[in-house]
Ligand binder design. Structure first.
Ligand code: SF4
Ligand code: SF4
Length: 169
């Protein structure tokens, strides 16, 4: 079962079995949004930890992914996904879990990371006066320089050893 990253409240979260559950429900042809949302949440809760206080937010994000899948199917898969088609060591980039995560409680909105990175990974959010990760998979695998620019140390990356695991397959 695959893990797919989606953005929920400005954070990228890995959801196990998302594609499989979306396909299942799509094949079942459910149309009522309320029942779809409940089904998505119920099925994905069995495969993932979903904080009880965030269930509604997660359910809306799942529904959004479901809509994208439906639109893609309606277009005959022409915009199958927003995936870049890029690979790292032969692995689709979206399957390599390398990207920054910002700890909102530490971010002071200085924008140093945003100004430094030329890959469009970050975006400033006026409402919260913080920077968010909007395109995690634009991040260059193995790069973590922007974390050094962040004085409050709000930017986190996975350990480099995670890449070794991918190299070894
Ligand atoms: S550098 Fe750090 S504190 Fe400044 S906006 Fe980026 S994440 Fe926030
Ligand atoms: S690690 Fe490098 S590529 Fe990734 S977000 Fe930071 S500066 Fe951009």
């Amino acid at each position: 079962m695959k893990v797919r990253m989606i953005i929920i409240e400005g954070r990228q979260i890995g959801i196990t079995g998302l594609d499989e559950v979306l396909e299942e429900l799509s094949r079942a042809g459910k149309e009522r949004e309320e029942s779809l949302k409940n089904d998505l949440l119920m099925r994905l809760k069995k495969l993932n930890y979903i904080p009880p206080a965030k269930e509604k937010v997660y359910a809306l994000a799942f529904l959004d992914e479901y809509r994208k899948l439906s639109e893609s199917k309606a277009l005959g898969g022409k915009n199958k996904s927003s995936k870049s088609g890029e690979t790292w060591q032969g692995i689709p980039r979206e399957e390599v879990p390398w990207y920054p995560t910002i700890r909102d409680e530490l971010c002071d909105g200085c924008k140093k990371c945003l100004e430094f990175c030329t890959f469009g990974v970050y975006q400033y959010d006026e409402k919260s006066d913080k920077v968010q990760v909007i395109k995690p998979f634009n991040c260059v695998v193995g790069c973590s320089i922007c974390a050094l620019k962040c004085k409050p140390k709000a930017i986190m990356f996975p350990p480099l050893t995670i890449l070794e695991m991918f190299r070894k397959g």
